[in-house]
Design a protein around this ligand. Structure first.
Ligand SMILES: Cc1cc2nc3c(=O)[nH]c(=O)nc-3n(C[C@H](O)[C@H](O)[C@H](O)COP(=O)(O)OP(=O)(O)OC[C@H]3O[C@@H](n4cnc5c(N)ncnc54)[C@H](O)[C@@H]3O)c2cc1C
Length: 298
């Protein structure tokens, strides 16, 4: 255990730091009721928060040296399993991810800069849950399941229940997100991830993930998945836009109907970065672009 306590020139409040080698050790540390403890993974969101004193934990538990959490594998069922120690850059470069889950690799490519992706973890971004972040939106679109481990063992939470509110998920203080599981992709699937940022590498004003599955018999859309980021406190799945696409060949009429569904169904908020009206218009525009690209890739 390293104590970072007397350095008055540091920006954060004093804290202890430890890097356990097993998941059981990490869980025991997080479950200690006597200490305000926090997981640190890539540190790309947490360290700025410590520096701004928005978080003041007494103990940081670094989970990136835990071998059990370092896996990035396709299991016997064809699902992709990403452990909590896996960095974003590693996942984006992985051949299995690029082949089977290209939407995930594309979403990661929009995160910050190479230095951020080289340190930040996939699970860290999901657990942090910034509503403008790319990975929660991609995970929702890909029907992810989340393995949460704590003193009582592990439980699996589906994506629709994992993201609770801005910066809040189903992970309790004495638990950690051990792994994210992405189900096997359908064979004839097209994908696209589009977003608007003020500058390259910034958090997006608004973004959208689209997955379209082509029916091999009819040649039309069999299933559609449309999820927006920056349009609410959690990733927003818009079933009205999905309904507008299913059974079509993503022609002009279908795109117009999906666009109308986005304009009618999205309720983003105003903030210093953009008005709600600008966000809604942009989201609808990005949706049309993403649907067109996804269909071309089907
Ligand atoms: C300059 C800059 C630009 C960035 N741009 C973007 C961007 O465009 N898009 C984007 O999405 N992100 C962006 N980020 C954030 C980046 O993606 C972070 O890596 C990510 O949000 C957090 O991942 P991490 O592994 O660094 O987590 P950490 O910073 O270590 O932790 C973040 C929070 O999640 C918790 N946590 C981490 N891992 C777990 C776990 N396994 N279980 C439970 N809790 C956990 C921590 O306790 C902490 O509260 C940017 C960061 C910087 C510094």
């Amino acid at each position: 255990m390293t104590t970072i306590r007397e350095a008055r020139w540091l920006k954060p409040t004093p804290f202890d730091y430890t890097a356990p080698r097993t998941l059981a050790e990490a869980v025991a540390l997080l479950g200690d009721p006597a200490r305000d403890t926090k997981v640190v993974a890539g540190g790309q969101s947490l360290i700025p928060m410590l520096n701004m004193r928005l978080a003041r934990p007494e103990l940081l538990v670094d989970i990136t040296r835990i071998e059990e959490l370092a896996h990035l594998t396709v299991d016997a069922s064809g699902a992709l399993r990403i452990g909590a120690a896996v960095r974003q850059a590693r996942a984006a470069a992985d051949p299995a991810v690029r082949h089977g889950w290209p939407l995930l690799a594309a979403a990661i490519s929009h995160i910050g800069h190479p230095q951020i992706r080289g340190r930040g973890t996939v699970c860290g971004s999901l657990a942090h849950h910034d509503p403008a972040a790319e990975l929660p939106t991609a995970a929702r679109a890909l029907d992810a399941r989340f393995v949460i481990t704590g003193p009582g063992g592990s439980r699996i939470v589906p994506a629709e229940d994992f993201f609770v509110a801005t910066f809040s998920t189903a992970v309790d203080d004495d638990e950690l997100l051990a792994e994210v599981i992405l189900p096997p992709p359908p064979a004839a699937q097209g994908w696209a991830f589009e977003e608007l940022t003020r500058r390259h590498g910034d958090f997006a004003t608004v973004g959208v993930a689209v997955l379209l599955e082509r029916d091999s018999a009819t040649g039309l859309v069999r299933t559609a998945r449309v999820v927006f980021s920056g349009a609410g406190p959690v990733p927003v799945r818009l079933s009205a836009a999905e309904d507008a696409l299913v059974g079509t060949g993503v022609d002009e009429a279908a795109l117009a109907a999906a666009r109308s569904a986005a304009l009618a169904g999205l309720d983003p908020s105003d903030d210093v970065h953009a008005s709600a009206a600008h966000r809604r218009e942009t989201a609808a525009h990005l949706l049309v672009r993403a649907c067109t690209t996804a269909w071309e890739r089907c």
